[in-house]
Write a protein that binds this ligand. Structure first.
Ligand code: ATP
Ligand code: MG
Length: 360
């Protein structure tokens, strides 16, 4: 069986370092591993519209932003198909058929959707499209016969929902859809990177982000304003690591090389943590180190972005060509789905033969 990746992001804002450690970095590694036959990276504009229906400008403007972020982290259009969701109408059609296989109560149990509904204060006015977006995500994944879906932890319920749809579809209509596997970051801090305010998740919708395209000064300012340990008032006080956002970020971003280059007094992160816990290490010093680590990660991304920004026509063509390629792949799956569901009336003239057999 071919090894195929599908993943994507909503164009609701520029991409941030949570996306980077939660998904983007892994995508680039998988892309360059040469182990995958096909890689599809989707800008999920239709999904973004499910909770931004009255703000289409925002979604439209962020298509270019997300595309630039993709290219600047090292996604390579020669190896990965970058495309826009709504340019593949087959996905909508699949969603419609899959929605017959899912109950309302099953959707209501989805913990990520529940949390998002609360966060957006929808209360009783939840758009139906938003409520059902896990079904459309199942369409996205299965349309490309994805075997592997590299995403952050918040996507786990979506993958479970998708697998249920696959099993249900295959048992009702016969073996047609491919069962995907989720690929989570192996570093715990990267599963769900908190925002700079220490809130549960860095999220475009919460405005607590360090963006990949932030300037050097912005990044420094954001790092210096980050939440640490509220009990660590004086330098001599013993500090706490748990729930200390600065250390969570160091868990997510720092490596041995960073210590050798920027802070050789410590051999590794554990040694730094021990000192902090003992007391005698100030927050500002740790933040300055984190800033150097982040700048080292982000500088090449920033440089590549500047390059692509000079050639927006090329970016446009990449998306256009990618969307055509994606559309062809999804059309093939839709054809198979419709055949399995016996709604492929004009593939052949079997309808006539079936009528005659029944009435002879
Ligand atoms: P929105 O607020 O519009 O939902 P978002 O910031 O949650 O935006 P998405 O486009 O929904 O971003 O998520 C894209 C991908 O990035 C998903 O795979 C998701 O799991 C991952 N991701 C998003 N935020 C984080 C985070 N803070 N830590 C780790 N992974 C994340
Ligand atoms: Mg999200």
């Amino acid at each position: 069986m071919e090894k195929i990746i599908l993943t994507g992001d909503r164009p609701t804002g520029r991409l941030h370092v949570g996306h980077y450690v939660g998904s983007l970095k892994r995508r680039v590694e998988l892309q360059n591993s040469g182990e995958y036959d096909k890689i599809y990276i989707m800008i999920a504009d239709a999904q973004a519209l499910t909770d931004n229906a009255d703000n289409p400008e925002k979604v439209r403007q962020n298509i270019m932003e997300v595309a630039l972020d993709y290219l600047s982290v090292g996604l390579d259009p020669a190896k990965s198909t970058l495309f826009i969701q709504s340019m593949v109408p087959e996905l909508t059609e699949l969603t419609f058929y899959y929605s017959n296989l899912v109950t309302v109560s099953r959707l209501q149990r989805n913990p990520t959707v529940k949390a998002e509904i609360q966060m957006r204060n929808f209360e009783a006015s939840i758009p139906v499209g938003f409520f059902t977006y896990p079904i459309s995500q199942a369409a996205d994944i299965t349309a490309f016969k994805a075997t592997t879906v590299p995403v952050g932890e918040d996507q786990m319920p979506m993958l479970e929902q998708c697998k249920e749809i696959v099993h249900k579809f295959n048992s009702v209509y016969g073996e047609t859809l491919v069962d995907p596997k989720i690929l989570l970051p192996d570093n715990e801090a990267c599963l769900r990177l908190p925002g700079i305010d220490g809130k549960a998740k860095m999220s475009k919708s919460l405005g607590n982000c360090i963006y990949l395209s932030d300037t050097e000064q912005d990044v420094r300012k954001k790092v210096m304003s980050m939440f640490t340990d509220p009990l660590h008032l004086k330098v001599e006080d013993p500090g706490h690591i748990e729930g200390n956002t600065v250390f969570t970020y160091l868990d997510a971003f720092s490596n041995q090389g960073h210590f050798e280059e920027f802070w050789p007094e410590y051999s590794c992160l554990d040694e730094l943590k021990d000192h902090y816990k003992r007391g005698g290490l100030g927050d500002v010093k740790v933040k300055k180190f984190l800033n150097k680590v982040l700048q080292a990660e982000l500088a090449p991304i920033r440089e590549r972005r500047k390059m692509w920004e000079k050639d927006l026509h090329a970016v446009y063509e990449i998306l256009k060509k990618g969307s055509e390629t994606a559309q062809q792949a999804a059309a093939q799956t839709l054809k198979e789905v419709k055949a399995a569901m016996k709604i492929n009336y004009f593939d052949n003239e079997d309808m006539i033969r079936e009528y005659l057999e029944k009435n002879s």
